[in-house]
Design a protein around this ligand. Structure first.
Ligand SMILES: [Zn+2]
Ligand SMILES: [Zn+2]
Length: 286
């Protein structure tokens, strides 16, 4: 019985940061989750939105050593990278992975180089390796990571399933299942990749950018509605779902109200909250 897999939610917002008093309880930083194993320092970081700045205090000022895995390259998943002193650090050792699409460093530098930004990825301090992940199972940051391509909008996007062999969670931060059809309830297709990623996990962290009733007018924005996240958890026998990638204008009170809709659901539903720590303690079936 080792210590559990520990997740620290460093950024839970979608699209762009949401500062202000109406957003303090759930938090305004964009996507980033730190994952640690057996009581160690985090060795795997999912996405590098502005939330990755929280990695520096989490590490107590020490440099990061491990892997950063991006689900895709949109601003809200990359723009924290040069502002995190734990990774932009002479003593940092970072393997940065993106969904395979040509030279990873070159692709990343398209959004991070003058005139868009003062420095390039190669100018980040420390020892960096940039690489592309194909679909399939990889050993990354001390974990086994399954990568599957999922529909989003504007660039190759992966969802991930992360396991230490005992516990597992699925991370689908940006997912537009209606691209593949309406699915059983009209909220989006319960397609094979999403089901494979989530099946039997202890926890599902899923895009819930929109309310179900917003789907009609936002169907082209590349995201999921909260009801789909709950439906996927139910279909994949996941006991607990974190609604993630909150719409920037969604206030704390509005997220509370959204979560309250699922009080009677057959799975536990919570709103992902910046700064919260989630320990996966339930062993997965063999
Ligand atoms: Zn996003
Ligand atoms: Zn995106």
């Amino acid at each position: 019985m080792g210590a559990p897999v520990r997740l620290v939610l460093l950024g839970v917002r979608g699209s762009t940061p949401a500062p202000g008093p109406e957003f303090v309880r759930y938090g305004g930083h964009t996507s980033c989750v730190a994952v640690a194993l057996d009581g160690q320092m985090p060795s795997l970081i999912l996405d590098a939105g502005t939330g990755i700045r929280g990695l520096t205090p989490l590490l107590g000022g020490r440099p990061f050593s491990g892997a950063i895995v991006l689900g895709h390259l949109h601003w809200d998943h990359t723009q924290g990278l040069p502002f995190c002193s734990a990774v932009d650090n002479p003593d940092a050792r970072v393997d940065l992975w993106i969904p395979a699409q040509g030279d990873a460093e070159e692709v990343l530098s398209r959004g991070m180089s003058p005139p868009h930004f003062p420095i390039t990825p190669a100018q980040l301090r420390g020892t960096w390796r940039f690489g592309g992940l194909d679909e399939g199972i990889h050993e990354v940051g001390g974990f086994e990571v399954l990568a599957r391509e999922i529909p989003h909008k504007g660039g190759r996007t992966f969802g991930y399933r992360v396991t230490d062999g005992r516990s597992s969670f699925a991370y689908l931060s940006d997912h537009c299942p209606t691209n593949l059809g309406p699915g059983p309830s009209g909220l989006g297709e319960l397609h094979a990749a999403a089901l494979e990623l989530a099946e039997g996990c202890d926890l599902l962290i899923h895009d819930a950018q929109y309310l179900d009733e917003e789907l009609a007018q936002r169907a082209n924005f590349g995201h999921a509605v909260a009801g789909y996240a709950v439906e996927l958890a139910e279909a994949a026998s996941v006991p607990s779902v974190l609604l993630y990638h909150h719409d920037p204008p969604r206030t704390d009170d509005a997220i509370d109200a959204l979560v309250a809709r699922y009080e009677g659901a057959s799975v536990e539903v919570e709103g992902a909250r910046q700064g919260s720590v989630v320990d996966l303690t339930k062993p997965t079936a063999a």
